[in-house]
Design a protein around this ligand. Structure first.
Ligand SMILES: Nc1ncnc2c1ncn2[C@@H]1O[C@H](COP(=O)(O)OP(=O)(O)O)[C@@H](O)[C@H]1O
Ligand SMILES: [Mg+2]
Length: 341
């Protein structure tokens, strides 16, 4: 038996630096987006209304991180702003969003308060604070009702909306859209080189020195398809594997095994970037295996009674095939679908 406590075989210094909980001190390759967003928020420093802004782009492109980071910076630069970040996936109803704001601004909350009363509470809290309220609504497409955006903008609250896809903007009522006068910032996927830089930066916090080579980080970056979350997960898993087998450093095989495990995560993130209809349709095919078109349609109507029509069905199935999620076999009348990825 070798030395049980041999520190040569330690690889990980701080695993959390490779997970979502870590808020990076610097965001690489997002200078343009950062400057733009800062310029939209800046007017609040001289007590003016901010320019509302909509950030969109695929998962893992740094939208959430950038907003949270800039909110923190803004609040440390001025006492005129109260920033609140809300993930609408966790607060989908108007009531839940208002409740969240109230609980972040005051110590007293009463979940039995009506939506209207909560709105008044927010108005009063903002007034009492003497600050301008700036709200980030992340995954804003998950909101059940968008009217609240109109109410917020009429009340003079600044809005930073975030979504994986641009679609939501087209879905907004003209009345809401014109009241928001929103600007947009697109977040493109990272290139493999950019992502390799990001992974290297994070690995320097997470791993002990010289435990993973640049070449391997590049392999991970390439496999992540422009998604930083997936890239970080590959590195995290590879480091765990290497440590688990008592290796001195991460080897190519660790990365290859980690890639396989991270594949599911990549699929989930790709599914998050497509609309809800496509996601439901994909899940149906995934559950049933190779399945006839008519059966999918029946199940789709079952699960989404409000949205599903035969026309939307054909459109979304076509999209899933085009994007490489599904494959279609047979001619139009007897078509069957199966999972491709
Ligand atoms: N430019 C970057 N520099 C460092 N880390 C980044 C960068 N972009 C994304 N990340 C990291 O990748 C993960 C996903 O980023 P996130 O902001 O959640 O993306 P999105 O909201 O677009 O899905 C987070 O752990 C984040 O810290
Ligand atoms: Mg996000």
């Amino acid at each position: 038996m070798g030395n049980l406590f041999d520190i040569e075989n330690l690889i990980i210094k701080d695993e959390s630096a490779l997970t979502e909980v870590f808020v990076p001190e610097r965001l690489l390759h997002r200078n343009g987006e950062c400057d733009y967003l800062a310029s939209c928020l800046k007017p609040v420093i001289i007590n003016q209304a901010i320019r509302n802004v909509f950030l969109y782009g695929p998962t893992g492109t740094g939208k959430t991180s950038l907003v949270r980071w800039l909110f923190k910076e803004l609040e440390s630069n001025t006492s005129n702003a109260k920033t609140i970040y809300i993930n609408c996936w966790k607060a989908q109803t108007t009531h839940a969003v208002l409740f969240e704001i109230v609980s972040r601004m005051s110590r007293f909350t009463n979940p039995r308060r009506q939506t209207k009363e909560l709105f008044t509470d927010v108005t009063n809290l903002v007034k009492a604070s003497g600050k301008k309220l700036i709200l980030a609504l992340d995954e804003v497409d998950k909101l059940e009702n968008f009217d609240i955006l109109y109410d917020f903008s009429r009340a003079g609250y600044g809005l930073v909306l975030i979504s994986n896809s641009e679609d939501i903007l087209a879905k907004l009522d003209v009345r809401i859209k014109s009241s928001l006068a929103i600007e947009t910032i697109q977040f493109p996927k990272y290139s493999a080189n950019e992502l390799a830089d990001i992974l290297e930066d994070r690995a320097s916090f997470a791993l002990l020195p010289s435990k993973i080579s640049k070449e391997l980080l590049k392999v991970a970056a390439n496999a992540a398809g422009g998604d930083a979350r997936v890239g970080l997960e590959i590195v995290r898993r590879a480091a765990k594997l290497a440590e688990g087998r008592n290796a001195q450093k991460v080897e190519k095989d660790d990365i290859i095994h980690a890639l396989k495990a991270a594949k599911r995560m990549k699929l989930e993130s790709m599914l998050a970037d497509i609309g809800e209809d496509s996601r439901v349709l994909y899940k149906i095919v995934e559950e049933k295996g190779s399945v006839a078109s008519g059966d999918i349609l029946a199940e789709y109507k079952n699960r989404m009674p409000n949205a599903a029509s035969e026309r939307s069905f054909r459109y979304y199935m076509e999209e899933l095939v085009k994007a490489g999620f599904l494959e279609a076999v047979g001619d139009v009348r007897w078509r069957k679908y199966a999972i491709k990825i």
